[in-house]
Design a protein around this ligand. Sequence first.
Ligand code: HEC
Ligand code: HEC
Length: 327
Amino acid sequence: MKFAFIKLGAILLLATTLLSCRGQKTENPPMRTHFNMHFQDRFNAQEENPYFENGMAMRLPIEGTVARGMLRNNSILFEGVDEDGNYVDEIPFELTRDFLYRGKERYDIYCQVCHGATGNGQGIIMTGQYGYVPAPTYHREASYNMPDGEIYSAIANGVRTMPSYATQIKVEDRWAIVAYIRALQKSQNVPETEMDRFDVDLAQLVDQYRAEEARLAALAESRTARGDDEVTAARGERLYIQNACQACHSLDGSVVVGPSFQNLFGSERTFTNGNSTTADEAYIMQSIVEPGANVVQDYQNAMVPYDFLSESELQSLVEFIKTLSDE
Ligand code: HEC
Ligand code: HEC
């Protein structure tokens, strides 16, 4: 009796196993007893529909309609500008400890790779030399004077060659990041007299700072050592690509973010400070390592100093730029 049950069980098991995987794929929906509303006429996205004048099945929302929760009528909050279109200089949230830490967390996820953990522009993407446009440091006058709304706008809309992070970062988090960047800026500018207000080990901080300086110096050293001392236009052309100069400087006369290199060498340059000069080797060299010294008229001071390039690299870039002039 017991044996018969086991036999029956084994046969049933074998039968279900064999029947359940017959290895045939089907496009048909699984078996259904009630069809409910599974099958009905409808249009797929982008499909035609001759019923409407423009022949499209997809309809635009009626002008002026706002989806629930999508009303964006507060320009300060959503765009960082007041009703006159000027960047605001305040963060429209209460600055609590949690808010700042939220900003730190989001900053470390989204911005640190380029702008660096302390905001010095030395994130891993930059120090690794992946050929990206260098991220500017937040620790410079222009950045200190930048209104909060403009930093917000950099996240929401991008800035020149930096893409927008609007799809990844929510409005409140964007402002939290702005607050954290302000905190970073403060953190690099605390006078020694104020330091004892904080519970920090100064000696240890100094050690850390020295170590970081040494690391950056060694990095710059290794870059210089890596390049041979060859000075050629061909090497300059490679450097032009590797250092992402082409993101801002064209070779065909068109204006991207900065002036084109076409016919730059030997031309007369006028600057925002009213001065002018002829673009010779020394001028081009200085423009690369110290772009803020003379800002070309009609342009912004948007170029990060490429002061990490070696002498022969700079000279090669100059040689390359020379080949782009007619004379
Ligand atoms: C992939 C690298 C990268 C990431 C990630 C990145 N940035 Fe940038 N950022 C740049 C570059 C490059 C520029 C300079 C763009 C230019 O001038 O063309 C820039 C410029 C800026 C500026 C203008 C700075 C100035 O002083 O002129 C701000 C503000 C800024 N970024 C904020 C942010 C914030 C906030 C985040 C994170 C949400 C972020 N960036 C993430 C690369 C990056
Ligand atoms: C993020 C954009 C950007 C990048 C990247 C960039 N530049 Fe610039 N550069 C500018 C802008 C904007 C100006 C004009 C304002 C000024 O003079 O600083 C400029 C000015 C110059 C000038 C002076 C041009 C003139 O018309 O007088 C030279 C030379 C130059 N850049 C070389 C370089 C080289 C070489 C590289 C790459 C190693 C480079 N730039 C990368 C934006 C950039």
